[in-house]
Design a protein around this ligand. Structure first.
Ligand code: TYD
Ligand code: MG
Length: 476
């Protein structure tokens, strides 16, 4: 009988140390090492699992027939996957609990099974009754879709021998364990080993496999980087829990692009693809309200119009509140500073709230100008004109820089009825479907949006009482 030895594995990054230390030598996290027993396979490492040696082939003779993409039938998922799932590939679907991973996969697997393909859905968290009830609610009961509620890896592999499915879902990889391993279920060692075994099975059988993974509060996959390395594709499923919108992206993809974005709405009937997200984001927008600016952003390859909102209120706090939702906190602070120093719009004594409407995250610098103008509008109490969009990156000198794919952003704005855009001076001409107002600096943009009298030296007459808005040319 082979002798067990111990390693200490970091529960954050999967790094190991030969003895217990307080701080992980790999990722420097504190108190994350957990002892794990390693039982070597009889006859030495991998003796029983070593496959026949690979034969080198001329590249043109490598057989790619099995690597044909097979659509799942869920359009937005296929878009992100670059067409569908590849036999023998392993995809990790990560997302926070409750975001809709199981719902999306059940719908996709039922769609695949409806075409006669045998699909095995291993639910390691919910009972088969629960999954069946969900499938009934979604109207996706299909005889070729097999369910098993199982957490033990050897049993799951046994099902593969019995059923020979073409597609396997394991929901979730964190709850699967192999009793042969010394470590506790859910530990990084278990998650990593079980994933590695399932990857081996997938490759050996040409079985397309989807593993569900939970993400931690910080947004990383629990049991994390180690999993990202062993799988072919990592999909991230995101969204605000209290909003219906869900975004699906490929973070890593060995079989296609990683820059596609899938959009879903969580409805009573499951995940529904969103063909026109801009319209959805702007549906509830109220015109003529201060602090609201529409920004054409690019997510993946898709132009999206998003409303950014800001609210400022006089603060009684020694260090006023800065609250950002869906926009970057650091970027918000930077823009507050640039507005003060380069445009004379001081927010130092105000609490500032900024958000992207609809539960979407807008982190690209191309949205800077929109956020800055939303702040300026909230401060002056002036609404930006209806029909206006803005895009541009703001530099620390208050200068505006061009953004990528300007044409596509502006075409999307024009499609949704916007007729004027404030853009950086050197932005491309576009197709003429929208009037361009070229400006060089943030101060010029503030004036062009009607938030201060152009070139004037007095504050806007409509500034609410109690708010002092210095003119752009007042000394800092
Ligand atoms: P679920 O797919 O279980 O999330 P995850 O697997 O990522 O943890 O979805 C959980 C939430 O989705 C739950 O709060 C109920 C909601 N939901 C709907 O709104 N509509 C539906 O059709 C379904 C099945 C779930
Ligand atoms: Mg689930």
């Amino acid at each position: 009988m082979a002798k067990a030895r111990s390693v200490f594995r970091c529960q954050d990054c999967g790094g190991t140390a030969p003895k217990w230390v307080g701080r992980c030598p790999t990722c420097e996290a504190w108190n994350t090492l957990v002892e794990e027993r390693v039982v070597p396979a009889a006859g030495g490492a991998d003796a029983g699992t070593l496959s026949p040696p690979a034969v080198p082939l001329p590249i043109s003779e490598v057989d790619v027939d099995q690597w044909v993409v097979r659509p799942t039938g869920v359009g937005e998922l296929d878009r992100v996957l670059g067409g569908g799932l590849v036999p023998g590939s392993v995809t990790l679907l990560g997302g926070e609990p409750g975001i809709g991973k199981s719902t999306l996969l059940l719908q996709a697997m039922a769609a695949v099974a409806a075409g006669g393909t045998t699909v095995l859905y291993v639910s390691a968290e919910e009972s088969t009754q629960q999954v069946r009830m969900r499938a009934e609610r979604l109207g996706t009961l299909t005889p070729s879709l097999y369910l098993a509620s199982e957490t033990a890896l050897p049993h799951i592999i046994g099902f593969l021998d019995e059923l020979s499915p073409e597609l396997l879902v394991v929901d979730s990889i964190q709850t699967v364990f192999d009793p042969e391993l010394g470590s506790a279920p859910g530990s990084v060692g278990q998650v990593r080993e079980c994933a590695a075994r399932l990857v081996g099975e997938a490759k050996r059988r040409g079985l397309a496999t989807v593993l569900v993974g939970h993400v931690t509060k910080e947004g990383g996959l629990a049991g994390p980087r180690v999993l990202e390395h062993v799988v072919d594709t990592v999909l991230a499923f995101e969204g605000e829990r209290h909003h219906a919108l869900r975004l699906l992206r490929a973070v890593k993809h060995r079989f296609g692009p990683t820059d596609q974005l899938g959009l879903f709405e969580m409805t009573g009937d499951g995940m529904v693809g969103v063909p026109d997200p801009s319209r959805l984001f702007l549906a509830d927008r109220r015109q003529g309200v201060s602090g609201s600016v529409v920004v054409p952003t690019i997510e993946g390859h898709r132009p999206l119009l998003v409303e950014l909102q800001a609210l400022v209120t006089p603060s009684s706090l020694p260090s006023p509140r800065r609250s950002a939702q869906g926009v970057d906190n650091g970027r918000l602070s930077l823009l507050i500073a640039v507005l003060a120093e380069r445009s004379g719009l001081r927010l130092a004594e105000f609490d500032v709230y900024a958000l992207a409407v609809g539960g979407v995250k807008v982190v690209e610098p191309g949205a800077d100008l929109g956020l800055a103008l939303a702040l300026a509008s909230a401060l002056t109490g002036e609404a930006v004109p209806a029909g206006l969009v803005v895009c541009g990156e703001v530099g620390l000198g208050g200068e505006l820089r061009q953004v990528s794919q300007s044409d596509r952003r502006l075409a999307e704005a024009a499609r949704l009825g916007f007729h004027r855009a404030i853009v950086p001076r050197l932005a491309p001409d576009g197709d003429g479907s929208i009037e361009l107002v070229r400006v060089e600096t943030l101060a010029e943009a503030v004036a062009a949006a009607g938030l201060l009298p152009a070139g004037g030296s007095s504050p806007s007459p409509s500034v609410p009482a109690g708010r002092s808005v210095p003119s752009p040319d007042e000394p800092f």
